[in-house]
Design a protein around this ligand. Structure first.
Ligand code: ANZ
Length: 762
């Protein structure tokens, strides 16, 4: 018997797996394919415990699939463009690339140490030109498809740092770095027409049987399909000018008492030119988030624009207001208000002293409006086109250029990639790309142009990386069509926080790529698992709460197997996992028990071979079923039961090897070590999963009820499958039965095998 000292052997196996390229993807077309993927991380520098949970789940499942005869694709990558690298560059004077690559190297080391069986040959790093070249290529394809356009869009502008800020960098209306009051500015930006796919994105949700219902619900709400009408209200006294409203309740048109436009609406801007109170209101409203403004219960504010609109149905004149509860990005940015039937309108009317008109809805309104030529039926989506421009340097350069007249043209395909310069200057002011002359100047067909200096939203990068994993070294295409036979991803694993944006963009990209003829699949992720958070002392782990557990500390104290086992045992995968130090100890102790049991095999001979077989096969059956439904915690408790049984009843080599294989997906190091100690050839991780034999678990004893003249008189425990004459002999020998039969003759015997025997006497 040996002590369990994981730190003595875990690194040895880590090195061996790397040397032998154990986890390289093999093309074995005779085996069914299985693609396991976790949402790839942002390389912030260190793995946190949430990552460890995410990857422990994926790795366990990928290992199980390998052992059950699948050809498995299980790759890793880094979503490595984005703001933190730029901020670090400003703060530490480091180049964002250097900072990012250092972080990646560190995190790769941590992932290997955790025993994750990725195929590192397929590593995808989005900030490398080998990858982002294809972002640019795909962008140009979308331009050709008519899916890309440029228009003005509102941004957060920091007047001190002369830069655009993301929403999350605006804290209480101020720039996170400068502290300056943030202004809203409208600047030209690039958009992708995701709305062209709104209907398909909605309809195909019904095909995603392997997705959690709540994620599909969130996507449905985000896409937000509604049927209604656009109705035109002429502005009184301004010939030809009108306000087009969007309503889902045209049946209430005769109850309209005023019209409201959004602060961003052109009409508000027009009035603001001559009205400082309107200009001020608009500027203030622009500083609020859409979420606050859209909040139904929020206090309603607005200003009378001093205009009247004519109800096209009734001819009534109603006042026109600007109010921030109307959002520019929805419908037409203007509403007809019916305080009698709409709560928000009622609140606004009360706040502004506007009248309410009680009336019954009239379903024929819309037909009349259409007949009058002042309205039409429309379907609207809450989904907006995707603004992909970022006025930032650490992202994929948008492959466009401008001529002297400001006309945009695409960079020709043979000039891709548009490379990010290595020598950018980070002052914290503005976008460094815009001031890099060697970057901005470009020649196209012998003419000089100025390059676009916006980069792409990093969600662009993560929208198709799972396809690049199918063919990561392709130099002539983003991926070959043949390689997409790996698609769809069979099991995708990640956090619920991506329920909408990432998962929706990825679905959109897949459909675009299909329409480009690059793949045949329409949906990227067949099954989706959203794992719960890791919490400690009742709160999500975070630096500000001070309850962070560093996975490296756990690994250096207990080994990686313990960290993995605790995490998989501590809670069902979709629930939050409460970190507990005693739980970690418990996982370590269990692995110690396994190690001592199996290394001390000879001193623990089997007492009851049949009972051992039965327990082993019951465990194979339930662990297999549990893994299939991601019930890892119960799978582990089944193994604990088996180990208890083996301590009491003994263990032999064959059963020990079964236990090792069952444990391998969960605790890969100890399993490999024990496998080797037993002299088994090859790696346990390429071994076959134990096969469940039902005959081993069937009961061998049965209880037969004995009746005399239909009354229960005895019960006999006998071996299964006795013949009638065998059981009759036993019954006749029973003293209790002899008492009831006495001298009487047995006239008839009725026998239901293994259940019941009835003696008819008299
Ligand atoms: C008149 C009316 C009467 C409305 C009534 C509702 C109830 P959903 O159903 O969520 O799609 N609306 C339209 N555009 C808006 C905007 N840009 N910002 C804020 N509200 C807007 O919402 C559609 C309804 O929300 C529309 O129908 C409109 O108010 C309002 F008894 O028109 B309704």
């Amino acid at each position: 018997m040996m002590d369990y000292r994981p730190l003595d052997f875990e690194e040895k196996w880590m090195a061996k797996w790397a040397d032998t390229q154990l986890y390289q993807t093999h093309d074995t077309p005779d085996r069914p394919k299985y693609y396991v993927l976790e949402m790839f991380p942002y390389p912030s520098g260190h793995l946190h415990i949430g990552h460890v949970r995410n990857y422990s789940i994926g790795d366990c499942f990928a290992r199980y699939k390998r052992m059950t005869g699948h050809q498995v694709l299980y790759p890793a990558g880094y979503d490595s463009f984005g703001l933190p690298a730029e901020n670090a560059a400003i703060k530490n004077g480091l180049n964002p690339k250097e900072w990012t690559l250092q972080n990646i190297a560190h995190m790769t080391g941590q992932q290997r140490r955790l025993g994750l069986g990725y195929d590192w040959d397929r590593l995808v790093v989005t900030c490398q030109p080998e990858y982002y070249k294809w972002n640019q290529w795909l962008f140009l394809k979308m331009v050709e498809m008519g899916l890309v356009y440029r228009k003005k869009g509102w941004v957060n502008w920091d007047p001190v740092d002369h830069t655009v800020l993301a929403n999350e960098q605006v804290i209480d209306g101020k720039g996170w770095r400068s502290g300056a009051i943030i202004e809203k500015r409208e600047i030209e930006q690039w958009y992708i027409k995701i709305t062209a796919y709104a209907e398909a994105l909605l309809a195909d949700l019904d095909t995603l049987d392997g997705w959690p219902e709540r994620v599909k619900m969130m996507q449905r709400n985000w896409i937000g399909r509604s049927e209604g009408a656009e109705i035109r209200f002429p502005i009184v006294g301004l010939d030809g000018d009108e306000i087009t409203v969007y309503t889902t309740r045209p049946d209430t048109l005769h109850g309209v008492t005023y019209v409201v436009v959004a602060p961003e609406h052109a009409l508000a801007a027009q009035v603001a030119k001559s009205r400082s109170d309107v200009a001020q209101y608009v500027q203030l409203a622009l500083q609020k988030s859409s979420i606050d403004r859209g909040d139904a219960g929020a206090e309603k504010t607005g200003v009378d624009l001093g205009l009247m609109a004519r109800n096209p149905l009734t001819g009534d004149h109603v006042p026109v207001y600007v109010g921030d509860y109307v959002l520019m990005e929805y419908g037409t940015g203007a509403v007809m208000a019916v305080p009698a039937h709409d709560d928000r309108d009622a609140l606004f009317a009360a706040a502004m002293g506007l009248p309410t008109l009680a009336m019954a809805p009239n379903p024929s309104n819309i037909d009349r409006v259409i007949a009058m030529g002042v309205g039409q039926r429309v379907v609207k989506y809450r989904l907006r086109d995707w603004l992909i421009s970022r006025q930032r340097c650490w992202g994929t350069p948008i492959p466009m250029a401008y001529d002297d007249a400001g006309q945009a043209i695409p960079i020709p395909e043979d000039q891709l990639p548009v490379m990010l310069p290595d020598n950018l200057k980070f002052s914290g002011q503005g976008n460094p790309l815009a001031s890099a002359e060697d970057f901005t100047a470009v020649m196209i067909n012998g003419k000089s142009y100025r390059r676009e200096t916006d980069t792409m939203d990093t969600f662009f990068d993560s929208s198709w990386y799972y396809l690049r994993f199918c063919d990561p070294h392709n130099h002539t295409q983003p991926f070959s069509k043949a390689s997409t036979s790996w698609m769809s991803v069979d099991q995708y694993i990640g956090g619920i926080e991506h329920a909408v944006l990432h998962l929706l963009y990825a679905r959109f990209f897949t459909k675009v790529l299909r329409d480009l003829g690059l793949t045949d699949v329409s949906e990227p992720f067949k099954n989706l698992l959203c794992q719960g958070m890791v919490i400690k002392d009742g709160a999500k782990m975070s630096k500000s709460v001070g309850n962070v557990v560093d996975p490296s500390d756990i690994i250096s104290k207990y080994g990686a197997d313990t960290a993995r086992l605790f995490i998989l045992f501590g809670a069902p995968v979709e629930r939050d996992l409460d970190w507990s130090d005693t739980g970690v100890d418990g996982a370590f102790r269990f692995l110690g028990r396994v190690f001592r049991l199996l290394t001390g095999l000879e001193s623990n001979p089997v007492i009851d071979q049949l009972a051992l077989q039965k327990q082993v096969h019951k465990t194979i059956q339930s662990v297999t079923e549990d893994i299939e439904r991601f019930s890892f915690n119960t799978a582990i408790s089944r193994m604990m039961e088996l180990v208890n049984h083996m301590y009491q009843n003994g263990v032999d080599l064959e059963s020990g090897l079964v236990l090792i294989r069952l444990l391998a997906p969960f605790a890969p190091f100890i399993a490999e070590e024990l496998w080797a100690q037993f002299g088994q050839s090859g790696s346990v991780h390429m071994a076959d999963w134990p096969i469940f034999d039902p005959s081993k678990v069937t009961e061998t004893e049965v209880t037969v009820v004995v009746q005399v003249n239909g009354k229960v008189r005895d019960r006999l425990d006998v071996s299964k499958g006795l013949s009638q004459s065998e059981i009759e002999t036993l019954v006749r020998e029973s003293e209790r039965i002899q008492k009831f039969v006495g001298d009487a003759t047995i006239r008839k015997v009725i026998y239901v095998p293994d259940k019941l025997i009835n003696l008819v006497v008299g």
